[in-house]
Design a protein around this ligand. Structure first.
Ligand code: PLP
Length: 481
């Protein structure tokens, strides 16, 4: 029986997980009839609507099918479970970074009219609450009049910082508004954090594969990288990090504990605590990027590593780019003990965050139904990730491994050895499909047979065709054993 007190969203997901477990585990086999909606509602102690929603989601994932007047059945050609990639083994010891070129290429591709956008990790505008945001923006501009066109100097909008502080409680951090500085997106937050705690030539510990924006920032700031292996489910290998910290001087560590990019890994709380302690023992700042933290598929918002910080050594960076409006460029930083330096650096970086978008986001958070929107978009991304995973497994030449993220909206796909992701990217662009090739996620070319796919656009026949085309293009490449 599923516990009654949990909300509808998590109940529905629990039913999905139970049914999927019974199918994947072989209790219910292809072709078997599964309990009717009414029976399942009794068995799990949940409403008929909840079961129906779960069954429809499982149908979307291709696990079960509805047969008219007969009920729901396990699909006869159930896909074999898809393996996940192994722990990453980044090649680099300490190395300089060269990723800028590949990043520009990805952004250029995103401007090609009609491109199928599987490369960039920006949410599709069709999935964002555009009309509501527009209304709020107009209302805020009217209400604030002249102050809406004036500078809002750091630390930035008090209303926005209040809303961010309020939400930090869910992530275990209990921040006060005056611990926060607003920024022009997560990118500025990361850049400010790195500039505050490093000098050119310093070594920074980074999860590998890593978000290419961080690698690019390290390149521009002339920093060196020591790569830490990543487990596809639990993130950074902390034993390796500990060894690195014992043997060399590290100026900072950058991590995305909640739904890393590109792996989608979620660090368990005990690992977050250990990460913070390991670094604090050596006075090494942790730059925590929590940009995907609100996009969890489970039943609660994961904590931030910041919530374990006792020394002001964790600098949290985030933004509303993945959840509301990437083009508004509204983000924030929690600088901890580096508050003064970061506030001063912000003046030299963008002087102030754009006032009107800040006010609009603050109003959306206060009165726009942000939580309601988030509940629905989490479901959409969870479903999309399942469908993309299934389509990739069905269309690509084997053996492929694919991550199974518990949040966010990106998939990391390992293609057979010998398939060259950069060549696949060239061929895909000719077909007007954009992907993010694996070498973008490493300081020096590595992950040559990996690609990252973004699932942040509505799933439809066009997406399905694009995955089929990518699979065909990958199959045309020579392979090694
Ligand atoms: C992990 C991660 N951090 C930061 C950013 C940058 O965010 P923003 O668009 O708010 O600058 C991105 C964008 O893709 C990202 O994936």
């Amino acid at each position: 029986m599923i516990h009654e007190s949990t909300d509808h969203d998590s109940l529905y997901r629990q039913v999905c997980q139970k049914v999927e477990g019974l199918i994947r585990g072989g209790t219910w086999r292809p072709g078997d009839r599964i309990p009717s909606v009414r029976q399942a509602s009794r068995q799990h102690g949940v409403s008929i609507t909840t079961v129906l929603q779960a069954y429809l989601a499982l149908e979307d994932q291709g696990l079960i099918e509805a047969r008219p007047k007969s009920g729901f059945f396990v699909r006869p050609q159930l896909l074999k479970p898809v393996a996940e990639p192994k722990v990453s083994r980044p090649r680099s010891a300490v190395t300089a970074v060269t990723v800028g070129g590949l990043q520009s290429r990805l952004f250029e591709a995103s401007r090609i009219p009609g491109i199928v956008p599987l490369g960039g990790a920006a949410p599709g505008a069709e999935l964002l609450p555009v009309e509501k945001l527009n209304r709020i923006l107009a209302g805020v501009a009217r209400r604030h009049g002249r102050s809406a066109v004036s500078y809002d100097v750091p630390p930035g909008s008090a209303a926005l910082r209040r809303e961010i502080a309020r939400r930090s409680v869910d992530a275990g951090a209990n921040l006060a508004p005056d611990e926060i500085i607003t920024t022009s997106g997560g990118t500025e937050a990361l850049m400010l954090a790195l500039r505050a705690v490093t000098r050119p030539g310093d070594v920074v510990a980074v999860e590998l594969p890593a978000y290419f924006g961080v690698l690019h920032a390290l390149e521009v700031l002339q920093l060196k990288v020591v790569g830490i292996p990543m487990h596809p489910r639990t993130g950074m290998d902390l034993d390796v990090l500990e060894k690195v910290l014992k043997t060399r001087s590290v100026a900072a560590c950058v991590a995305v504990p909640n739904f890393s990019n590109p792996l989608g890994s979620l660090m368990p709380d005990s690992h977050k605590e250990r990460l913070v302690e390991l670094l604090a023992a050596r006075e090494v700042p942790l730059i925590e990027d929590d940009i995907f933290g609100e996009l969890y598929f489970g039943d609660h918002r994961p904590r931030t590593a910041l919530s374990y910080d006792r020394k002001g050594l964790v600098i949290l960076c985030s933004s509303f780019s993945k959840t509301l409006a990437p083009g508004y460029r509204v983000g924030w930083i929690v600088p901890g003990r580096f508050y003064k330096e970061i506030q001063a650096l912000k003046l030299t970086s963008t002087l102030a965050t754009a006032t009107l978008p800040e006010l609009a986001v603050a109003e959306f958070l206060a009165n726009g139904g942000y939580d309601h929107y988030l509940r629905s978009i989490r479901r959409t991304y969870a479903d999309n990730v399942g469908r993309f995973r299934q389509a990739v497994a069905a269309s690509f030449p084997g053996p492929v491994t694919i991550t199974q993220p518990q949040g966010g909206f990106v998939l990391w796909v390992e293609l057979p050895k010998g398939v060259d992701a950069l060549r696949l990217d060239d061929a895909a662009l000719e077909q007007k499909i954009s992907i993010a090739p694996g070498p973008m996620f490493s300081p020096k070319p590595d992950f040559g047979n990996f690609i990252r796919l973004s699932c942040a656009h509505p799933w439809n026949a066009r997406m399905e065709r694009a995955i089929g085309t990518l699979g065909r293009l990958a199959a045309q490449q020579p392979r090694t054993a």
